[in-house]
Write a protein that binds this ligand. Structure first.
Ligand code: NDP
Length: 251
């Protein structure tokens, strides 16, 4: 069941004047979100680990006449609290507010029984999918608080809402993501202009999906671009008042 209001269509300038940071912006859903937000007027800050992919997204946005994006090459597997506080400090010298934060980057990890799951990979999945999202949110909160209306979106998964065999650390990390979203939404809902929600994209044709389901024909699932109105709605002021919700882009 979609959470979009009936007949919702975005204004072409729905995100004009907004600055939105997207993690994992170089590929898949994050890339589609960055392009979509820029096409609706946002200044996007592209965070990801492969600089060449971020550069390609940057080039597309500039070629399309969008607001010049920022590029933040960062491997979330390697970052700690101090690094992210320094990053937020650097950002604060050029932007005074952050209107949106899309936590999208994730690591799939091993598709194995827990009995065979490597502890090292488990920690890496938790670091990228949960720990870095917590630390980045904390570092950016002062800038989110400066926005008249800010939206934080965590990316969930079906296996983060109902556990499934062989999804290991990834599934557990997505449950933790839901918890992080709920606690933050409850803390901020009454005292700030920041709304916090999670979004389960559903099956989408990306590199991660193709890795998780190698036998599945890629055309089985929609391309990320076809579902972007959900992400756009959550970043636009039209979703004001929606807070603490576990949402899904597909039924
Ligand atoms: P992709 O693997 O296609 O893209 C993930 C992006 O995250 C890539 O740009 C990748 O960078 C980046 N990333 C991964 N690890 C790191 C890291 N350590 N530091 C910085 N960036 C990193 O995945 P999707 O687009 O499919 O997934 C996006 C989100 O949607 C994820 O949170 C995923 O869990 C969720 N999701 C996806 C579904 C699907 O069917 N596709 C279903 C349910 C949830 P690089 O390009 O350099 O590898």
């Amino acid at each position: 069941m979609t959470f979009l209001p009936d007949q919702w269509t975005p204004q072409s300038d729905a995100l004009a004047g907004k600055t939105i940071l997207i993690t994992g912006a170089g590929d898949g859903i994050g890339k589609a979100a960055a392009l979509t937000f820029a096409r609706h007027g946002a200044e996007v800050l592209l965070l990801g680990r492969t600089e060449a992919k971020l550069d390609a997204v940057y080039d597309t946005i500039v070629a399309e006449g969008g607001v010049e994006p920022g590029i933040i090459p960062t491997d979330l597997a390697q970052v700690g609290h101090d690094h992210l506080i320094a990053l937020a400090g650097e950002l604060a010298t050029s932007i005074h507010k952050l209107d949106g934060l899309l936590h999208n980057a994730s690591l799939l990890g091993d598709r194995k029984p827990l009995a065979q799951t490597s502890a090292a990979l488990w920690h890496q999945v938790m670091q990228v999918n949960v720990n870095s999202a917590f630390m980045l949110t904390q570092a950016l909160l002062p800038m989110l608080e400066q926005a008249p209306l800010a939206s934080v979106v965590f990316t969930s998964s079906g296996v983060g809402r109902k556990g499934r065999a062989f999804w290991g650390g990834y599934a557990v990390s997505k449950f933790a993501t839901e918890g992080l979203m709920q606690v933050l939404a409850d803390e901020l809902g009454e005292i700030s202009n920041i709304r916090v929600n999670s979004l389960n994209p559903g099956a989408i044709n990306t590199a991660m999906r193709r890795t998780a389901y190698p036998a599945e024909p890629p055309t089985t699932n929609p391309d990320p671009e076809t579902l972007m109105h959900h992400w756009l709605f959550l970043m636009s002021d039209d979703s004001k008042g929606i807070n603490g919700q576990a949402l899904s882009a597909q039924s």
